[in-house]
Ligand binder design. Structure first.
Ligand code: ADP
Ligand code: MG
Length: 250
């Protein structure tokens, strides 16, 4: 089962991850109030669909040169106009297939001041059944292209289940991502917490692309994709509730 970005972020926030303040909108009538509940000066309007590549996606109903499914907006009016162009329309991305996905919900988020975009995922290797972190300093682009063009910029760290994400593992990840000072401390804490979330919630994939370093040298989760092992869901009544909501959306 997949959940939306905003739902994944809420889970990660409960494990101590920094995320931007944000609100969801399903009805355009509520959009202005929702947007005005965030102080600005930058609002990011984000289509909530179960597929990545939204930023570079295209809406079927809009002109081909219209902007994609993630839009940075510099006023309430611009944010509102962007929300209107997304809600109810069909977003086609590299990951949706040609039919695209209808956008029934959007997430409005405070704009982050990005210094660096990184990539981080946690996944279970099918062959070895081992859980690994995959990280790269080349965040914000699709990881398949990075793997093809610059494989040396992808670093993987295998975790020993009985030990969890150790200090040594976390240090290795921080080194691979070239984290310094405050960001290094925050990163080390975050990696351990993300691993704990992955295990506690029986995730099969956790992908943060991008994980960012802000201008203030904070580490922030800017996008999040989480997939769950369906067979383990009965152990997680909280996630069953998300499943019900998520299925209503589609
Ligand atoms: P997708 O991966 O589906 O395209 P993302 O959430 O990764 O969607 O957004 C695409 C890009 O938009 C990010 O790499 C980042 O550069 C920018 N972005 C997303 N959210 C924000 C935000 N809150 N503030 C500033 N920029 C953002
Ligand atoms: Mg992304």
């Amino acid at each position: 089962m997949n959940i939306h970005e905003y739902q994944a972020k809420k889970i990660l926030q409960s494990y101590g991850a920094k995320i931007a303040p944000g609100v969801t909108i399903t009805d355009i009538k509520n959009a202005k109030t929702a947007i005005e509940s965030l102080p600005g000066p930058v609002w990011v309007i984000k289509s909530q669909i179960h597929a990545g590549g939204r930023g570079k996606g295209k809406f079927k109903e809009l002109e081909p040169d219209a902007k994609g499914g993630v839009r940075v907006s510099f006023s309430v009016d611009e944010a509102l106009a962007n929300a209107k162009e997304m809600l109810g329309n069909t977003l086609v991305t590299k990951q949706t297939g040609p039919n695209g996905k209808e956008v029934n919900q959007i997430y409005v988020e405070a704009g982050a001041e990005i210094n660096r975009e990184l990539y981080l995922s946690i996944l279970v290797d099918r062959e070895t059944s081992k859980t690994s972190f995959i990280v790269s300093t080349k965040g914000g682009m699709d990881i398949e292209s990075v793997a093809r063009d610059t494989p040396e910029l992808i670093h993987s760290v295998a975790i020993t289940a009985s030990q969890g994400c150790t200090q040594a593992n976390a240090n290795e990840l921080a080194d691979a991502l070239n984290l310094k000072n405050g960001a290094r401390q925050q990163g080390i804490e975050l990696f351990k917490n993300l691993y704990q979330a992955f295990v506690d919630k029986d995730m099969s994939l956790l992908e943060i692309n991008p994980l960012i370093i802000t201008k203030n040298n904070d580490v922030q989760v800017l996008d999040a994709k989480v997939s769950f092992d369906d067979n383990a869901l009965y152990r997680h009544p909280d996630l069953m509730e998300l499943r019900d909501k998520t299925e209503e959306d589609e």
